[in-house]
Write a protein that binds this ligand. Structure first.
Ligand code: HEM
Length: 398
């Protein structure tokens, strides 16, 4: 049997997602028990095949999210819908889901285009930039701040807090978990001050919808509100930033695909799906078995943790022809980058729109895209993140 490293450890992803290892796992041991985790826990199942990941995601009462969605057993002092099971989960999700329908999101396209224009205006004449900080991070940040009802002047606080939370395993970002908890507390304090205003005078934003909405006839308490705010602020921000960053690297690595998109920007819809499949910025979500059960011939015991590795599902040769080929015109691209089932990403339409509009702007206004130095990756076991991409380019068009 081949050696399987501890993929709960952030260092396992130092060079990016280990696709070779996962190809072997899918073939030899699609549901594999890893004894122990990097924090001294009992261990976890690595689930690597598409069908198994989809099937687990569709059985939330057998494979629960309520004990946590990352491998670590953290003592959480907040409740968030991403870590709730039915029926509670649905009640919380329904407070905000109407703000994320494809129709609601599509109406924002002209506005996204304006934001992209102003982001690119600030860099196109320079000929170089840090693509992640100057471009990729900006659009998701400004959009989620607006949707929530956070003043634009506070956008960079959100950037900083969510970096510190997501980057709790990365020494460049923070020194440890305490710092991440501190960032969450700062965010809560900020959110609660804004909430006082919105309680008195509701506006047309998500924060007001959360505060004035009711779950089982009751308004959310402060802890529930804080958790909601944090989830939306972080989930709507880090993930799309990384998709845009990976998308840029993919277009630099695949000049023929980039040229096709410049000729025919309508291909961007499919290209964004392929960027999602190929890069899968969320590496896994965890479930916990609530009963003894069986999966692909393995006996799963009640209480066992299962890690659903989306980048592996998205390269599963049982589903995708030539899965390691980046093909912007791929047909039937039913990837699992947004998960599936009960917790299927709330922000799919938003992330897709942001990414497409961003690349429309980039391809229209920037030529000769080239790396100007090494990229630096986020040290994380959860998010396939990129912190910096030094980029050179020339200005094109208007
Ligand atoms: C490329 C961008 C994105 C990716 C790859 C992504 C990925 C995911 C995944 C894999 C899940 C499933 C979690 C699970 O099954 O346990 C999820 C859930 C979620 N995502 Fe996203 N996401 C992205 C963008 C966004 C955006 C822009 C928002 C905006 C607010 C968002 C909000 C959420 C929320 C609230 C959930 C929890 C849904 C629930 O529990 O019902 N995501 N996302």
């Amino acid at each position: 049997m081949f050696e399987v490293p501890d993929v709960s450890h952030p260092d396992a992803f130092e060079k990016g997602f280990p696709h070779e290892l996962f190809r072997e796992l899918r073939r030899e041991a699609p549901v594999y028990w890893h004894e122990g985790d990097y924090q001294g826990g009992r261990g976890y199942w690595i689930v690597s095949r598409y069908e198994a990941i989809k099937s687990i995601s569709r059985q939330p009462l057998l494979f629960s999210s309520a004990s946590g969605i990352s491998v670590e057993d953290r003592e959480e002092n907040f409740v968030s819908m991403i870590a709730l099971d039915p029926p509670d989960h649905r009640r919380y999700r329904s407070l905000v889901s109407s703000g994320f329908t494809p129709k609601q999101i599509a109406a924002q396209e002209p506005h996204h285009r304006e934001i992209v224009r102003s982001i690119l205006d600030a860099v196109v004449d320079q000929g170089h930039c840090d693509f992640v900080v100057d471009i990729a991070a900006e659009l998701p940040l400004r959009v989620i701040a607006e949707l929530l009802g956070v003043p634009q002047s506070a956008c960079h606080d959100i950037f900083d807090w969510s970096n510190r939370m997501i980057g709790s395993q990365d020494p460049e970002v923070v020194v440890g978990l305490e710092e991440a908890v501190g960032a969450a507390q700062e965010m809560f304090l900020f959110a609660n001050t804004l909430a006082e205003d919105r309680l008195k005078a509701p506006q047309d934003d998500l924060m007001s919808a959360i505060l004035h909405g009711e779950v089982d006839g009751q308004r959310l308490n402060t802890t529930e509100f804080d958790s909601f705010f944090l989830l939306l602020a972080v989930a709507g921000n880090e993930t799309t930033r990384n998709l845009i960053s990976h998308g840029l690297l993919l277009l630099i690595e695949h000049p023929e695909a980039q040229a096709r998109l410049r000729e025919d920007p309508s291909l961007l819809h499919g290209a964004v799906e392929e960027m999602l499949r190929f890069s899968s910025p969320v590496m896994y979500m965890r479930r916990t078995a609530l009963e003894d059960t069986e999966l692909d011939g393995q006996r799963i015991r009640r209480g066992d943790k299962l890690l659903l590795f989306y980048p592996s599902a998205n390269r599963d040769e049982a589903l995708f022809d030539e899965p390691d080929v980046f093909d912007i015109e791929r047909k039937n691209n039913h990837h699992l980058a947004f998960g599936n089932g009960e917790h299927f990403c709330l922000g799919t339409a938003l992330a897709r729109l942001e990414t497409r509009v961003m690349f429309e702007g980039i391809l229209a206004r920037m030529d000769d895209l080239e790396l100007a130095g090494p990229i630096s990756r986020l040290r994380s076991n959860l998010i396939d993140g990129i912190k910096h991409i030094p980029l050179k380019f020339s200005r094109s068009g208007a």
